[in-house]
Design a protein around this ligand. Structure first.
Ligand SMILES: Nc1ncnc2c1ncn2[C@@H]1O[C@H](C[S@+](CC[C@H]([NH3+])C(=O)[O-])CC(=O)[O-])[C@@H](O)[C@H]1O
Ligand SMILES: O=C(O)C(=O)Cc1ccccc1
Length: 249
């Protein structure tokens, strides 16, 4: 189809700068995310399943921080054809360029509007399903409340936000255990100690994790009537936040 390589970005000792979603990352992204995020394929498929359940006719589905479009493709696989459209957004030109190739390679009936944009600048409107699959963690912590509030406002009654995040455990000892289990997962997937530690350094300034309690409180404060943690493996979890359906007349 198109070349997608093995992630060896941090395999040689080097001066480590801040992690960026540039062309070298986009080129190896499927391998990188599969070997780095426990349960990634399970999560993506379940997002499709949830979209199939919650997509409302005539509504818009959003994939915010779509990377190569894995969640967009999963949603398109599960939703009824021709009733909805999908808006997929990423602010990395390299990701958007390759995402378009992925979308072209898997034709579907649901139209996809792919946008190179910052999530902060995208209007959320008439939404039934909004997905942020490991994206909020890259947004500055001070801006997270406002984004979640905007998503809530743009959802129809009965709509959902699916929020997957790497989290920080409340206690130091528990947090270290989860980080250690995750690193063991990466080692078993072929990453060396050097790769694990250099990537950790690269992510330090750009990926700030919140605790599960902070995520849940933020979602509740924005107005979501129910928050369901449907997946967790080590320090990676996924939540479904539900906007209450409009009361029957
Ligand atoms: N402000 C922003 N605006 C738009 N995009 C952004 C922003 N900040 C970061 N991104 C984009 O969010 C994506 C995060 S990866 C998502 C995986 C995907 N959801 C997947 O299910 O495969 C997660 C990870 O790599 O851990 C990258 O493509 C960034 O360019
Ligand atoms: O690789 C890691 O350690 C992670 O925390 C997950 C990840 C996956 C892909 C890009 C950035 C972070």
């Amino acid at each position: 189809m198109f070349p997608s390589g093995k992630d060896a970005i941090y395999s040689q000792a080097r001066e480590v700068g801040d992690f960026r979603f540039d062309a070298s990352v986009a080129e190896v992204f499927p391998d990188m995310i599969q070997r780095s995020v426990p349960g990634y394929s399970t999560i993506v498929d379940a997002i499709g399943q949830l979209a199939g359940r919650y997509a409302q006719p005539g509504s818009t589905l959003y994939d915010l921080g779509c990377s190569l479009g894995a969640c967009t493709l999963a949603m398109r696989r599960y939703i009824e054809a021709n009733t909805c459209s999908i808006v997929a957004v990423d602010n990395s030109p390299a990701m958007i360029e390759r995402c378009q190739l992925h979308l072209n390679a898997f034709k579907g009936d649901t139209p996809v509007n792919l946008q190179l944009a910052d999530i902060q600048d995208v209007a959320i409107d008439n939404a039934s399903v909004v997905v942020m699959n490991f994206t909020l963690q890259f947004i500055p912590q001070t801006e997270r409340d406002a984004i979640i509030q905007r998503i809530y406002a743009g959802l129809r009654p009965g709509g959902i936000l699916i929020l997957s995040e790497k989290i920080r455990h409340d206690s130091d000892a528990g947090n270290e255990l989860l980080i250690d289990l995750h690193h063991e997962f990466k080692r078993r997937n072929g990453y060396s100690e050097l790769e694990i530690s250099q990537k950790r350094t690269a992510l330090e300034n750009v990926m700030k994790t919140d605790s599960l309690a902070i995520h849940e409180a933020r979602l509740r404060d924005a107005g979501f009537s129910d928050v369901v943690k449907w997946f967790q493996c080590f320090n990676f979890c996924s939540l479904v936040a539900i906007k209450a359906p409009s009361p029957a007349l």
